[in-house]
Design a binder for this molecule. Structure first.
Ligand SMILES: [Fe+2]
Length: 464
């Protein structure tokens, strides 16, 4: 039975999900249009890119991290890409083959789970990291992309770090958490603006769930604990280690940022699944949390039937947490299927107006549950409108990263950077859009030297 599963077709190893197995550096890339003079820095994008043909059942979340960098300055662009040389990947390079099993077969690898550092990047206090939620951050050289080490904040970080830490734009603090299958299930951390880890707070947890992201407001950290349960006891059996158990309910945790973990307030609501928050803020006695919401989540969903998956489209929702009376309610903001929400990060934790997402245009071809997107969406919370920029049926659109036009310009005055893959030509480009002219022609298109596989999250770091 296990061998049959290994042999079956895996869409995450095909098309533009397939890995790109060369590393390189390319200068003076062709640019259509004109790169704005304000863009002086580097766009980074992380994603899974297995260096060797996987053993066992491969999930998209398993691939070795590869960081792609597009450096822009003086109207020119250059591209580099490197694998994150994790300890596990270095072992595999020495062996000349894959040695680690993925998350669908946790426990089969002798060396544990590989810290692939494949999910996101972070620049804080002059250090640059590749992140993956089951391990320590991996420090990279932001210019050469050379892997330096796993970073533990001088021995103070003893558990994993989420791939979605938050920088408070007002204080410069770095806020993050780690989750674990054993109690305490959540630990909340704060690092000061200089990158010193100053606080570690164990949160008395209610259930061992997979928690991918969180949100912050001016005074609180907000956790969404959905019933995708981490069942350690299923390791080594046919039952899933990550198990969707809606009967467990769903919890929202509200923790004052500067209090002990035992000060957390838990609120309950109908179960759903959330990978990502767009933003959150305080409004009177309530906390508003905007998220991309799935009705449910099965990590093995590609083994389900396509018609079942069609019912599980992710959409943008606004949840309101009434902490005084312990009530949570949510409402759908837009019906478009979307993911990877981003904002003008100068507004993190504050009342804000604009959000940006990848989306599936209503007339896009069916994707059988694959996370393929054909459009970008711009959400305006002030007008309630969501605009859709459709790139066409044969194009795959990556997460859009916002870059302000200057440090002091108003919210949303700037650019969106996104990787666009053309299925017909098998090429990738970096598109630079104006937020104001979201539906207009791109300001500039950087033609990349080869395709960039679909991946997860990225960031813009000015001046690098
Ligand atoms: Fe994510």
């Amino acid at each position: 039975m296990a061998e049959m599963r290994v042999a079956r077709r895996n869409p995450f190893l095909e098309g533009n999900f397939a890995p790109w197995r060369d590393e390189g550096d390319f200068q003076n890339l062709p640019v259509r249009g004109r790169l704005p003079a304000e863009l002086q820095g580097t766009y980074y994008r992380n994603g899974p890119n297995p260096a060797f043909d996987p053993i066992g059942r491969y999930h998209w979340f398993d691939g070795d991290g590869m960081v792609h960098a597009v450096r822009i300055g003086a109207g020119r662009a250059a591209y580099s890409n490197r694998w994150v040389r994790s300890k596990g990947l270095l072992e595999e390079f020495r062996a000349g083959r894959a040695l680690y099993y993925g998350l669908l077969e946790l426990g089969r690898s002798e060396g544990g789970y590989k810290n692939t550092a494949n999910t996101n990047v972070l620049f804080h206090a002059s250090r640059f990291f590749a992140l993956m939620e089951a391990g320590l951050p991996t420090e990279l050289d932001p210019v050469t992309l050379v892997t330096l080490r796993e970073y533990d904040f001088g021995g103070r970080l003893r558990g994993p770090m989420t791939a979605h830490p938050k920088i408070d734009p007002r204080s410069g603090e770095l806020l993050f958490f780690g989750y674990s299958p054993v109690a305490p299930f959540l630990t909340f951390y704060r690092a000061d603006p200089k990158g010193n880890l100053v606080s570690t707070e164990a949160i008395p947890g209610r259930m061992p769930a997979m928690v991918h992201d969180f949100a912050i407001t001016e005074h609180y950290a907000v956790f969404f604990v959905c019933p995708l349960m981490f069942r350690l006891e299923n390791m080594g059996s046919e039952r899933p280690v990550f198990s969707w158990e809606p009967s467990q309910g769903m919890l929202w945790g509200v923790l004052p940022r500067n209090s002990g973990g035992d000060q957390i307030q838990w609120l309950e609501c109908e179960p759903c699944f959330i990978f990502h928050a767009m933003n959150a803020y305080e409004r009177g006695n309530t906390i508003v949390v905007d998220v991309v919401r799935y009705p449910y989540m099965e990590l093995e969903q590609l083994e389900q039937r396509a018609e079942e998956l069609a019912d599980n489209a992710a959409t943008l929702w606004r949840f309101t947490l009434e902490t005084k009376i312990g009530r949570v309610w949510g409402e759908k903001h837009a019906s478009v299927s979307c993911e990877f929400p981003r904002i003008d990060e100068r507004m993190t934790g504050q009342r804000y107006r604009y959000g940006f997402m990848v989306a599936r245009s209503p007339n896009a071809p069916a994707t059988e549950g694959l996370p393929k997107f054909t459009a970008l969406a711009k959400c305006d919370w002030q007008t309630g409108r969501t605009e859709l920029r459709d790139f066409g049926p044969h194009v795959g659109v990556g997460e859009a990263v916002f870059v302000p036009r200057g440090a002091t310009v108003r919210e949303g005055d700037g650019y969106l950077l996104a990787l666009i893959y053309d299925e017909l030509r098998d090429t990738s480009e970096l598109h630079v859009l104006s937020v104001e002219g979201f539906l207009d022609e791109p300001l500039a298109v950087v033609e990349l030297p080869h395709r960039v596989p679909y991946g997860f999250h990225g960031a813009w770091v000015p001046g690098i």
